[in-house]
Write a protein that binds this ligand. Structure first.
Ligand code: SF4
Length: 313
């Protein structure tokens, strides 16, 4: 298995790296030469930056398990939603610069601490560097599943390259409405990219559970926004129609972080009535997966994470 992943990484890594010269790794298509130090919309340049790494016990139960998910939060993001709960590091490039060898060491230390998987959070803009680090780690004994934890703002041809390398996808599906996507994520075309990439992921691997852990497959995450109940219903109905066997994680932890106070429609938490409507609707569709409780603990949000890389470097 590690040998096969290494072979697949070798088959794609050079071409992927060379795309950083005129970066088109994600749908923003900045076309900047990141290898010469230019910084794209995502905040990513040549060097990989990581904000924190730890055993995360707040992911979905088959991801966190008993010991935790070996989570690596990358700095920067190609989407930068106005309400982002991780804005401290997704909307800035705070964090540590790490070499590919150092990043491979982080993966291996997380595995040594008992991580059930390596959970790459917002990895897209550093994908070439991450694949190189994974190759080094695989050669040095990394053998837990690789989780690709994405906003869903992905090119399908990039997702195709990850087949056989990534084991589990946690993919957001934030919007199906282009006007909402434009307003909150400056990405009117997000729905098309996200839906197409999620369909590709759904076809890549059937869900495989062992010892109550997800070893292969997809969980589609949807964060319910205030005053957007019809939008959430459309998304859930789309999943039921198109990907009926997919696991879904419906999240109610929204809080008006970052710049949400500039947007009156989303400048508040969800109401109990909104929560109940979406809960009832999801249950009526008989979707498989996870429904968060009303008003879950705020400690789940990235706003509360602190940099801790020193212990991994
Ligand atoms: S990965 Fe970053 S630099 Fe590259 S196209 Fe996307 S936003 Fe632009």
């Amino acid at each position: 298995m590690p040998e096969r992943k290494i072979t697949l990484i070798d088959a794609t890594i050079d071409q992927l790296y060379s795309r950083l010269k005129s970066c088109d790794i994600c749908p923003r298509n900045c076309r900047l030469n990141r290898l010469k130090g230019k910084i794209g919309y995502c905040g990513g340049g040549k060097e990989t930056r990581v904000f924190s790494a730890f055993l995360h016990k707040g992911e979905e139960p088959p991801i966190s398990g008993q010991k935790g998910s070996g989570t690596v939060f990358f700095s920067g993001c190609s989407l930068k939603c106005v309400y982002c709960q991780n804005y401290k590091f997704s909307c800035s490039i705070s964090g540590e610069t790490v070499s590919e060898t150092q990043l491979s060491g982080i993966f291996l230390k997380l595995q040594k601490k008992g991580a059930h998987n390596i959970n790459l959070v917002t990895p897209t803009h550093f994908l070439p560097q991450i694949l190189m680090a994974l190759k080094i780690a695989l050669k040095n004994g990394l053998n837990v599943p690789i989780v690709y934890n994405t906003s869903g703002y992905e090119k399908v041809e990039i997702i195709k390259r990850l087949k056989g390398i990534v084991d589990v996808y946690l993919s957001d599906l934030k919007y199906t409405d282009k006007a909402v996507s434009r307003a909150y994520s400056n990405a009117p075309e997000y729905p098309d990219f996200a839906q197409e990439s999620i369909k590709e992921i759904y076809g890549q691997a059937k869900a495989l559970m062992a010892e109550n852990l997800l070893k292969k497959g997809l969980i589609i995450r949807h964060l319910v926004l205030p005053n957007n109940i019809e939008g959430s219903k459309k998304i859930l109905a789309w999943i039921a129609d198109n990907l009926p066997k997919a696991m879904v994680s419906v999240m109610f932890q929204y809080q008006p972080y970052y710049r949400a106070d500039k947007y009156p429609q989303i400048n508040r938490p969800l109401t109990k009535a909104e929560y109940q409507q979406i809960r009832d609707f999801t249950e009526s569709l008989r979707l498989k997966g996870f429904l968060q409780g009303f008003s879950p603990a705020e400690c789940l949000a990235g706003i509360n994470f602190t940099p801790n890389l020193k212990e991994y470097l």
